[in-house]
Design a protein around this ligand. Structure first.
Ligand code: CO8
Length: 258
C-alpha cells in the first residue's frame, strides 16, 4: 500500500485523491507529485467528475517537500530539471474546483499544496506552517506569494520568517482556510461539500473559479471586465436557462453540465 504514493477513487461526481506515504507523513517527492498531477488531470478531463478532493492521513496532510530527496540536490539538478515547476504546478492547470481536506500537519510544501487548492476544509487538528527557514531553505511552491494573498503581509511574514505554526482556529481567523470541522467529520463533511459543488452546473463552476482566480492576477477594472464577459457567456449556457426557469417554476433544476 505504501508503494502507491496516492490512492485514487470516486464518490458520485467527486474525484478523491488520498496522499499515501504515511511513514514519511506524506512528504512530497517526485513520484507522489507526478502521480498527483496525473490523477488531477484525469479527473479534470472526466465529464463524470465535477469536483476533486485531496486529503492525507489523520496525522498529516503533508509534512512538506521530501527533505531526504532534496538534501543532496545541487543547483543544476533543480534548475536543469525545473524542480517544482515540472510537476508541482500541474494543479494550476485544473479548471474544476479542488478541495483540500486537511488534518494534522500541513507544513512547507504541504501547506503550499493546500494553498494551491480552491477550498481548504481543516480539521481541528490541522496545523499550518512554512518552516523552511529552519532548514535555511525557503518556500518554493508558491508559499511566499499565495500566503500573503490569503492572510495578508503581516501574518505571512511572521509565518515565513519565524516558522510560526498556526492551529486550525487561527488559520480560520486569518483567512487561510474556508471551514473548520471536528476531526471525526473531516472526510464526510468535505465530501458533502464537494458533492454539493459537483452537483451545480460544471460550466458555471469553471467560470466562477476562473473569475475568482483572476482577482489575484489582474487590476480591479480588468477583473471586473473578465467577470462581466464570463457572466454574459452564462446566457449561452443551457444550464443557466434551466436554473432560472426551474426557480420560476418552483422545481429542482436538472443540470446537463452544458
Ligand atoms: N521530508 C522527509 N521526511 C519527513 C518529512 C519531510 N518533509 N517530514 C517528516 N518526515 C519523516 C521523518 O523523517 C520521520 O521519518 P523516520 O520515522 O524514518 O525517522 C517520519 O516522517 C515521522 O516524522 P517525525 O518523527 O519527525 O514525526 P513527529 O510527529 O515527531 O514530527 C513534524 C512531525 C513536526 C511534521 C516533523 O516531522 C517535521 O518537522 N517535519 C519537517 C517539516 C518541514 O520542515 N517541512 C518543510 C520541508 S521543506 C519544503 O517543504 C519546501 C522546500 C523548498 C521548496 C520546495 C517546494 C515544496
Amino acid at each position: 500500500m505504501t508503494d502507491t504514493p496516492i490512492l485514487v477513487s470516486t464518490a458520485g461526481r467527486v474525484g478523491l485523491i488520498r496522499l499515501n506515504r504515511p511513514a514519511q507523513l506524506n512528504a512530497l517527492n517526485d513520484a507522489l507529485m507526478d502521480a498527483l498531477g496525473a490523477a488531477l488531470l484525469a479527473f479534470d478531463a472526466d465529464p463524470a467528475i465535477g469536483a476533486i478532493v485531496i486529503t492525507g492521513s489523520d496525522k498529516a496532510f503533508a509534512a512538506g517537500a521530501d527533505i531526504a530527496a532534496m538534501a543532496d540536490y545541487g543547483y543544476m539538478d533543480v534548475y536543469g530539471s525545473d524542480f517544482i515547476t515540472r510537476n508541482w504546478e500541474t494543479i494550476r492547470q485544473v479548471r474544476k474546483p479542488v478541495l483540500a481536506a486537511v488534518a494534522g500537519f500541513a507544513m512547507g510544501g504541504g501547506c503550499e499544496l493546500a494553498l494551491s487548492c480552491d477550498i481548504i476544509v481543516a480539521a481541528e487538528s490541522a496545523r499550518f506552517a512554512l518552516p523552511e527557514i529552519k532548514l535555511a531553505m525557503m518556500p518554493g511552491a508558491g508559499g511566499t506569494q499565495r500566503l500573503p494573498r490569503a492572510v495578508g503581509k503581516a501574518k505571512a511574514m511572521d509565518m515565513c520568517l519565524s516558522a510560526r505554526m498556526l492551529d486550525a482556529q487561527e488559520a480560520d481567523r486569518y483567512g487561510l482556510v474556508s471551514r473548520v470541522v471536528p476531526d471525526a467529520e473531516l472526510f464526510e463533511r468535505t465530501l458533502a461539500l464537494a458533492t454539493q459543488i459537483a452537483g451545480y452546473s460544471l460550466p458555471a463552476l469553471l467560470a466562477i473559479k476562473e473569475s475568482v482566480n483572476r482577482a489575484w492576477e489582474s487590476s480591479l477594472a480588468e477583473g471586473i471586465l473578465f467577470e462581466r464577459r464570463e457572466l454574459h457567456a452564462r446566457f449561452a449556457s443551457a444550464d443557466a436557462k434551466e436554473g432560472m426557469h426551474a426557480f420560476l417554476d418552483k422545481r429542482k433544476p436538472a443540470f446537463q453540465h452544458r
